[in-house]
Design a protein around this ligand. Structure first.
Ligand SMILES: C[S@@+](CC[C@H](N)C(=O)[O-])C[C@H]1O[C@@H](n2cnc3c(N)ncnc32)[C@H](O)[C@@H]1O
Length: 364
């Protein structure tokens, strides 16, 4: 399960997703055997709030699975106040001491990995991924320098109408558009991801225009002050305890602690892992935006395995960022796309850059 740990530092340390979407799509129940893609670990943890029978959380980057181990151990061992302090949401001077108290509760490989990255623990692990540092160090300071006054107004709005008006009249001007178009280019993405395992497929005509359209959507549908991802993107932190990723809200922390789910992190390629499973042995698939990292051929191989390993009636949910892979792009109608749910999640997901594919596996 673990490699020698001599890999790049983790890319994702906090959720850039709204995991209420997967919960709506998958309707998880206590008998479910779930496959999840790990990433930051946040979505896998959110799935545990529904106490499924088992979750295998797969990622080919060992560090992402080590992070899942650490987050789960911290949730189980720490009080809510300690947890938020340890993760970096609240101030704390004793994060390393807390880490030392958790070491025996994670695998020796995970403990050794984080011992090699002590500053990341000391600075708050949630904000230390390579992807998160881009927002903390660059995006948030820059947008505050250029648009601090407008953002302050936006984050204090308590109605969508008021927020939409400020966004359209005071923020969405020439400079903003220039910044978004240039900040979210293919070059920037490659710079942030900096991972040769990643295949970047782009199915939208212009990334900048796509981002502007999605920002327009989010500022006219979701209140920024209640949106953990928008808050993090533009402030580089979570401003308060009601604006946290789903798994970190108090009631969900509590549900995760009570969950009796068997959680197994698996380090390796998702498709290869599925190939080891028997037919019809999975009830739910939460595949995140794995489509951002694989080419069409791999995607079709993934669908083949999802279809083979899913039981009839199993649910599948994944997010598409720039690669817009359809769940019905496989060879036949093996999966029934759930159009209504998929569209509802496109509209409601607070992380706004994603579109959704939700499907039910037909009987073979
Ligand atoms: C694009 S990220 C998603 C991060 C996510 N948005 C979050 O908030 O955690 C997808 C994750 O899937 C992993 N991954 C991508 N392709 C994979 C594959 N074929 N097998 C296993 N893991 C994969 C990557 O290492 C990464 O951690």
């Amino acid at each position: 399960m673990h490699s020698n740990g001599k890999e790049k530092w983790i890319l994702y340390s906090t959720s850039d997703e709204d995991n209420t979407s997967e919960l709506r799509a998958l309707n998880i129940n206590p008998d479910d055997r779930v496959i999840s893609v790990t990433g930051s670990g946040c979505r896998t943890l959110s799935l545990l709030t529904q106490n499924p029978r088992s979750v295998v959380s797969v990622d080919y980057s060992p560090g992402q699975n080590y992070l899942l181990e650490l987050k789960l151990a911290a949730i189980r061992a720490l009080s809510y106040d300690e947890l938020l302090a340890f993760f970096g949401v609240d101030e704390c001077k004793t994060r390393w001491k807390i880490f030392e108290s958790l070491q025996a509760k994670i695998s020796p490989e995970a403990a050794a990995y984080f011992r090699r990255h002590r500053p990341a623990i000391e600075n708050g692990i949630l904000f230390s991924g390579r992807h998160e540092r881009f927002y903390v160090r660059l995006v948030a300071p820059m947008v505050h320098l250029l648009f601090g006054r407008q953002l302050k107004k936006i984050f204090s709005c308590s109605s969508i109408e008021e927020q939409e008006k400020i966004y359209k009249e005071e923020l969405d001007g020439r400079l903003w558009r220039w910044l978004i178009r240039n900040g979210f280019s293919e070059r920037t993405l490659r710079l942030i991801l900096n991972d040769d395992k990643y295949h970047i497929e782009i199915d939208v005509p212009s990334i900048g225009d796509y981002m502007l359209e999605r920002l327009n959507h989010t500022f006219s549908h979701h209140l920024a002050k209640d949106n953990h991802w928008v808050s993090f993107m533009f402030n580089g932190r979570y401003p308060n305890r009601t604006c946290l990723p789903h798994f970190l809200l108090y009631e969900n922390y509590d549900a995760i602690r009570r969950a009796t789910t068997t959680v197994t992190p698996f380090t390796g390629n998702l498709i290869h892992y599925l190939q080891t499973l028997p037919d019809h042995s999975v009830d739910k698939f939460s595949l995140s935006d794995v489509t951002s990292c694989i080419n069409k051929e791999e995607f079709n191989a993934l669908l083949d395995e999802v279809y083979r390993t899913g039981r009839a009636g199993a649910s599948v949910c994944y997010r598409n960022f720039l690669a817009k892979y359809s769940v019905t792009s496989g060879s036949d109608a093996r999966m029934r796309r759930e159009d209504a749910v998929s569209s509802a999640l496109d509209r409601d997901d607070l992380a706004f850059v994603y579109s959704f594919e939700v499907a039910t596996i037909a009987a073979s």
